[in-house]
Design a protein around this ligand. Structure first.
Ligand code: GLA
Length: 396
């Protein structure tokens, strides 16, 4: 077990106590939101497509009190970087660093027409940072949950208001933090249910809860955090996004979601550029793999999803070109040691891979992956199993 799997029970008193030490008062409450892994459906969200994330047991906790003024004071158990700024100073690029994700949410709530005040806020992030597990969305959604309750905004009730809150968090990430991400992560953090994967249709925002009971199938979902660099603000993500937009424009559709799987060959024949063609092939086939995965899960055939994981990884490696040697090794070694399927998850260029593994093989796969990384001179990966956890909530 890694530090990332530290028990949720331990985190609440820690963050409340850290708040008291920093601000000299007791916080009004503690809220939390989970990280996510996406089971399948990568780089489909900004194409109006389908994806299938689960909420992780690892969460980000926020101890928060309202202030009578418009100041925002932010502290973190993990970071020495602190912030003290006015709500009116929040804009694209300010504050920099992790504060953008927290202050950005308050800004975005105000943009959406809500009455906002300043806060004192202490964060305890238990979602590994830079691992492709959406620590940023967990932070945004924990802050959003706190603001919703403390400012009586009522945005945590049913799924309809949670959908609206997710959109607000996406605006914060896109506009203030400057990461041009697509929205899957915030929906996973706010709209998931424990024991279920979240089928998210990014064309109309609708969701369905898909059974995902690993234990009932004797399977575990192993996360292999390669610790290889992962950043969504360095341009590669934006380039992929704009290639997809180019493809849609050339095909005269509003998004690649409008290209039916059955019409893929015809569409590819109309795209002269080989790179744009490959990007399109990934998106259209990946959306189809989500459909097939959901059908298998609903038919109680979880083990049969494995080959779709593998096909998804190959598509990301060869057509979307977002894998890296560490991710490929994690996937190959997991498969060689008994995984039923494995793929990188999240934005790519580093971060984590996941593997669907029979429970009795999980320790062996973990050992083999760690050994393979050592043999190749890569840093030690952090491997841990996860289940489908709870969405954003008030903890105390
Ligand atoms: C990141 C983004 C998401 C999504 C994934 C790739 O996690 O934040 O919006 O695009 O990459 O599926």
């Amino acid at each position: 077990m890694s530090a990332a799997s530290a028990s949720a029970e331990a985190a609440e008193p820690t963050v409340a106590q850290a708040f008291s030490e920093a601000f000299g008062t007791v916080p009004s409450g503690v809220w939390s939101a989970p990280g996510r892994v996406n089971l399948i459906g990568e780089h489909t969200d900004y194409n109006g497509g389908l994806c299938l994330p689960i909420a992780l047991p690892q969460r980000t906790y926020a101890a928060v009190s309202l202030r009578p003024d418009r100041r925002v004071r932010l502290r973190s158990v993990q970071s020495s970087q602190t912030y003290d700024l006015g709500l009116d100073e929040v804009r694209a690029g300010n504050p920099p660093g992790w504060g953008a994700y927290a202050a950005g949410v308050l800004w975005a709530l105000e943009q959406a027409g809500h009455q906002i005040s300043g806060v004192d806020l202490m964060v305890d992030g238990q979602v590994p940072v830079g691992a492709g597990l959406s620590s940023s969305a967990a932070l945004e959604c924990a802050v959003a949950a706190a603001a919703s309750d403390l400012m009586a905004l009522d945005l945590l009730g049913d799924d309809g208001v949670r959908e609206a809150l997710a959109a607000i968090c996406v605006n914060a990430e896109n506009t203030i933090a400057g990461a041009p991400t697509g929205g899957m992560d915030q929906s996973a953090a706010l709209r998931s249910q424990p024991g279920f994967a979240l089928l998210l249709d990014c064309r109309d925002g609708s969701i369905a809860q898909v059974p995902f009971d690993l234990a009932a199938h004797g399977l575990s979902l192993l996360v292999m955090d390669t610790r290889a660099k992962h950043a969504l603000v360095d341009g590669q993500y934006a380039q992929r996004r704009s290639s997809c937009q180019d493809a849609a424009r050339q095909l005269d559709v509003s998004s690649l979601r409008e290209v039916a799987f059955a019409d893929l060959d015809d569409a590819l024949g109309r795209l002269p550029d080989s790179v744009v063609r490959a990007r399109t092939r990934h998106v259209v086939t990946e959306i189809e793999r989500v459909r097939q995965s959901v059908a298998l899960l609903r038919a109680d055939r979880m083990a049969d999803v494995g080959p779709l994981f593998n096909a998804s990884h190959a598509s990301m490696r060869d057509d979307f070109e977002i894998s890296c040697p560490e991710l490929d090794v994690a996937v190959e070694v997991a498969m060689a040691h008994g995984a039923l399927g494995a793929r990188m998850t999240g934005g790519g260029f580093g971060g984590s891979a996941i593997a669907l593994v029979p429970v009795e093989r999980t320790a062996g796969v973990t050992r083999a992956v760690i050994q393979a990384f050592a043999d190749r001179g890569f840093g030690t990966p952090d491997c841990f199993t996860v289940t489908a956890g709870e969405p954003a909530r008030r903890d105390s």
